[in-house]
Each structure stands twice: as structure tokens, then as C-alpha cells.
Design a protein around this ligand. Structure first.
Ligand code: DQA
Length: 150
């Protein structure tokens, strides 16, 4: 069975290509995800994608990753957007499931405002990748595939 990776994108990532392009680049979310999917496929893995601006949707996607149904996944690439910096609910969801999660960011959050230097989720993730643009997602996919023995 192919490894399934769930990519979870949080608030405002639907605006990629329009939003602060000097920071996040010109590419749209669809373009980003097409590249991530192609990369995962080249390594024999399958990508599913959820984007929501609602915290509870992200919590439910992470819970579903660990449940046996349609939302199941072997690992999660999580760009929680601003929720990264304060969502205890997301942290608790990650801690509650037995699925590896990689905290992922397009920008280098440590080179930006102080409030972005805090992560509510990093300590319960298997690792953090930040600052490589679209490549951050491909690195996160590679890390999960290696971790999962694919
Ligand atoms: C981001 C960084 C966050 O601080 C910000 O709130 C985002 C995007 C990134 O991918 O660089 O929405 O997660």
C-alpha cells in the first residue's frame, strides 16, 4: 500500500499568489499542491489536501488522519498559518493522534516578527521545516516518507 500523506493548510493559505507575494511568492495554492503531489508520486506516495480558514476543521482533519476512514493518512504536513503561533487546540489534536506531523512554513518564521517565533505545535511535531517556499512542503513530504520507511 502506498504511503498516504495529508497536507493541511490553514488560514489565508487559500490566498497564495495574491497575498503578500514578496513573502509568500507568486504561486497559487493549486500550483503549490500540484507540485507537492507530483513530488510525492515520484516517491511512490499519495497526497491528500485540506485547506481551511477554520481552526476546528484543521483539528478534525488531524483527528481523521488517525481514524480508519476516508480521512486516514500515514503522516501529516501541517502549515497551520497564524494558528501555529497560538492554537492549543491544534497542539492537543496533534498530541492525541499517533500520526507523525511536520510543522511546515513557506517563509522563515524566525526571520520575521517576534510573535512568529513562538510555535504552539512544534513540541508535539516530529520536526519543523521553515523558510524554503514551496520546497518546504517537498522537504516535509521527503521527511515523512523516510520516517515511515517508504
Ligand atoms: C506561514 C507563516 C505564518 O506566520 C503566517 O501566519 C502564515 C504563513 C508560512 O507558511 O510562512 O499564514 O505559516
Amino acid at each position: 500500500m502506498a504511503i498516504t500523506i495529508l497536507v493541511v493548510n490553514g488560514p489565508n493559505l487559500n490566498l497564495l499568489g495574491v497575498r503578500e507575494t514578496d513573502i509568500y511568492g507568486e504561486g497559487t495554492l493549486d500550483e503549490l499542491m500540484a507540485g507537492v503531489s507530483a513530488h510525492a508520486e515520484s516517491r511512490g506516495a499519495v497526497v491528500r489536501h485540506v485547506q481551511s480558514n477554520v481552526e476546528g476543521d484543521l483539528v478534525e482533519a488531524i483527528q481523521a488522519a488517525a481514524a480508519g476512514g476516508d480521512g486516514a493518512a500515514d503522516g501529516v504536513v501541517l502549515n497551520a498559518g497564524a494558528l501555529t503561533h497560538y492554537s492549543i487546540a491544534l497542539r492537543d489534536a496533534i498530541a492525541a493522534v499517533d500520526v507523525p506531523v511536520v510543522e511546515t512554513h513557506l517563509s522563515n518564521v524566525y526571520a520575521r516578527e517576534d510573535f512568529r517565533h513562538t510555535s504552539a505545535v512544534a513540541a508535539v511535531c516530529v520536526g519543523v521545516i521553515t523558510g524554503f517556499g514551496a520546497t518546504s512542503y517537498r522537504l516535509a513530504v521527503d521527511a515523512l516518507i523516510d520516517l515511515l520507511g517508504g
